[in-house]
Design a protein around this ligand. Structure first.
Ligand SMILES: [Zn+2]
Ligand SMILES: [Zn+2]
Length: 317
């Protein structure tokens, strides 16, 4: 399976020339595999602004039948940096597309109804019902286990699936208000496994639930919104904001015994130079490989090892 980062920024998008190398788009990750008929089947996590360029590329490849028109869109939670791209996702306008919208129930509403509410008049020029795609809302909760079949459909039955997906939910204070969902996605064919752990404030010494959930995964994508200095700064405190430091991510990755840790959900105030400086300090000092996520970075895993790395940065054209 291949992991592609389409948006790596947290909180809000940035359009600052000092931040374009790592990328300004907010949270959107695609994990994709080719099914037995040769079609790409994506599992997409979050629809931050990085979901918009992915949508334009998918639209072309849906027309050329490279992508299967049925796929799941999983939400970690519904803060704007994880949903702001949804209304602009081009395949929403295709009547032949079926999108399984999956996420937590919050305020007694399923994830789809909350996305719909974000389009109710007068805040957006069209309404949710104007989309031509077929959208199916499914609620996920802590401990869920499901599969994505060769047909792109989520199912409880293990019948020659492409992916196995496990769900962990944590509530405040891990992340404010309704908490967030975290996913462990396993390639059903070769067993490669990715733990998706973002929008979480870990604990000093490691988050035991995260460590148990991620134990033995090959790759972990972890929230690294803050430096340690920012986290303990007394004049501008960020403790309790629901995000982790690099140190917290490193502790969770080491205790989980992953082979690769990808930093993710960067502060919108961290420039490329700052992120380069952080990357330099990680060289060769951890029991895993430390990888800075970058918008467009694609990592292909085979039996738990990264076998191909490239940058596929998508544009809007
Ligand atoms: Zn976020
Ligand atoms: Zn959040």
């Amino acid at each position: 399976m291949t992991l592609v980062f389409h948006g790596v920024r947290g909180s809000h998008p940035v359009a600052d020339s000092r931040m374009m190398r790592y990328g300004g788009n907010t949270s959107c990750v695609e994990i994709v595999k080719t099914n037995k008929e040769g079609k790409k089947v994506p599992v997409i996590i979050d629809s931050g602004s990085g979901f918009i360029p992915l949508g334009y590329t998918m639209a072309k490849q849906l027309i050329s039948k490279e992508y299967l028109p049925t796929f799941p869109l999983l939400f970690t939670h519904l803060h704007p940096d994880h949903t702001e791209g949804f209304n602009f996702f081009a395949p929403n306008f295709f009547n032949f597309c079926t999108i399984y919208i999956m996420g937590m129930k919050a305020l007694k509403k399923d994830v789809g109804l909350i996305l719909k509410r974000k389009m109710d008049p007068p805040v957006f020029p069209i309404e949710y019902r104007d989309f031509k795609s077929h959208r199916i809302h499914e609620v996920l909760k802590d401990g869920d286990l499901f599969y994505i079949g060769q047909d792109g459909v989520p199912t409880a039955e293990k019948n020659d699936p492409l992916f196995e997906i496990r769900v962990m939910q944590a509530f405040a204070p891990s992340h404010p208000q309704q908490g967030a969902l975290y996913y462990r996605i396993t390639d059903s064919e070769d067993g490669s496994s990715i733990a998706c752990i973002w929008d979480i404030e870990s604990h000093i010494g490691g988050d035991v639930r995260v460590i148990n959930f991620s134990q033995g995964a090959d790759l972990m994508v972890h929230d690294t919104q803050y430096t340690k200095e920012e986290y303990i700064n007394r004049s501008n405190p960020v403790q309790g904001f629901g995000h982790s430091t690099y140190t917290m991510a490193i502790e969770n990755a080491a205790e989980s015994k992953v082979k690769y840790l990808c930093s993710f959900h960067y502060s919108p105030r961290h420039t490329d130079d700052m992120l380069d400086g952080i990357a330099k300090k990680q060289n060769g000092v951890h029991p895993f490989e430390f990888i800075m996520s970058v918008e467009g970075l694609s990592l292909s895993l085979d039996h738990g090892k990264i076998v191909k790395r490239e940058n596929l940065r998508l544009g809007f054209a």
